[in-house]
Design a protein around this ligand. Sequence first.
Ligand code: TMP
Length: 255
Amino acid sequence: MRPAWDEGVVQKDPSLFADVPTSPEDIELDDRLMAGLGHGCRGLFITFEGLDGTGKSTQMELLAERLRAAGHSLVTTREPGGTALGEAVREALLAKGEGEHEMDPKAEAFLYTAARVQLVEEVIRPALEAGEIVLCDRYIDSSLAYQGYGRELGYENIISMNMWAVDGLLPDLTLVMLAPEAVRRRRLSGAEADRLESSGDDFFRRVEDGYRRLVADHPYRIRAVDAGGDVHEVGDRVLEVLREELDLDLAPQSR
Ligand code: TMP
């Protein structure tokens, strides 16, 4: 299956990929770590996705610990945020407004994208160019799931504006954490809901369906991970995907 940027949505610059192996079959362990697949840089870009309460942030931290312990040079960051501008935009996005007007869905989509551009240019691309591994808590797929499907702005609109915004920089691997609603609610109980988390059940059903569609439509880049169960069991599932997709072999956590 061809990745989204290869489907005529945007024209990528072929010179970016001149020296980079682009077929998974052609790539050995070191090439995978050094060459990247979808961004033309030497580093490795892995993103974590899912609804709130699926444990994606915890799993990203756990993976970061494992990678550091194995001697890899690593940058971890999150969206929206990760830069001064991004954190300011995050506040605007997640605050529950007292004003008369709700945030317009398109304004929301542009704000997430603006924070993303700053993070890509200030943090992610420089780290990838330096050959580092970048782990990011949410990226473009959050906008596709939440704004494209959840707010019903449409996949095409969101992918087009984002591919333009980040000059086609896509992750090498995206892990979508999927957990039943009861598990998510239990994990979230106690924490005060932010503006996005206060959206209705129908919205979250559309977001979850959106994530499932993304997994089905982009098997080349996106893998679903069963996020139910003990944190270390889930961690082992994450490691298994990394082993299968990237030949990155890290010792399991639960044994
Ligand atoms: P977080 O709680 O995982 O830090 O994410 C903040 C919220 O922002 C979460 O409810 C998901 C939402 N979000 C979007 O709606 N679109 C996006 O592009 C991103 C990055 C996050």
